[in-house]
Design a protein around this ligand. Structure first.
Ligand SMILES: [Zn+2]
Length: 221
């Protein structure tokens, strides 16, 4: 495993151990996870801001300055606007009785990381933090500005998270022309040992309905 890969696994396990269950109605508590993320980003030399929308509800935003047109940066994007990469810190509820591994243990078993948030989406949060750490280690910089945002309340209404952030602190997202978030699609098994992770564009939306399901609990959505 690469150092960045090892970082990502460790960060994801640590985040899973911080219970950020969101049952809706404003009861979640993302602040400990936000503090964890802010501390890791500060270690990577960034200056994250931690913004509390309500007691215990917190968001983190940091900007990585792009190298711009001097050509010193890595990858495409010279002259492009800033790119927003965002993840949420809350998770849907998990009843330990339904799990073969405790949902907040962050245990790695048989080479697989277990726990609530391992796929939605503390894994992706961890990858973003690991990327910042890797760039700090190697001295690499992106061409364009990268804005990293870690939000509260995605699993409910986002009133304490993304919505609150863009209404109160739009300047943090200044210059962003594109954003990448979660759930392009789920893993597609293309053949033996071949996994594809599709990217979807602007496909998410909201449709409220009331549904009663009986059986073993899975993801809330
Ligand atoms: Zn999610």
């Amino acid at each position: 495993m690469t150092p960045a890969g090892a970082d990502a696994a460790r960060f994801a396990a640590d985040l899973i151990r911080i219970d950020t269950t969101n049952r809706g109605g404003g009861d979640a508590r993302e602040r400990p996870a936000a503090e964890y993320v802010a501390a890791r980003l500060a270690e990577a030399g960034l200056e994250p801001v931690l913004l509390e929308s309500a007691p215990g509800r917190a968001n983190v935003v940091a900007r990585i300055e792009g190298a711009g047109s001097d050509g010193a940066g890595v990858g495409a994007g010279a002259g492009a606007g800033a790119l927003l990469l965002h993840g949420h810190l809350d998770v849907v509820p998990a009843d330990p009785a339904d799990w073969s591994v405790h949902p907040f243990s962050g245990e790695i078993r048989d080479g697989v990381l277990w726990g609530r948030g391992a796929v939605d989406m503390k894994n992706a949060d961890a990858v973003l933090i690991a990327l910042a750490a890797e760039w700090a280690r190697s001295g690499r910089r992106p061409q364009r500005d990268i804005v990293l945002a870690f939000t509260a309340d995605e699993e409910d209404t986002a009133a304490f998270g993304a919505q609150w952030l863009v209404e109160r602190y739009p300047e943090l997202f200044e210059g962003c022309t594109e954003a990448v978030g979660e759930s392009g699609a789920f893993t597609f098994h293309a053949g033996a040992g071949q996994r594809l992770y599709p990217i979807a564009s602007a496909e998410r939306g909201t449709a409220w309905l009331k549904l009663t399901a009986r059986g073993r609990a899975g993801h809330g959505s």
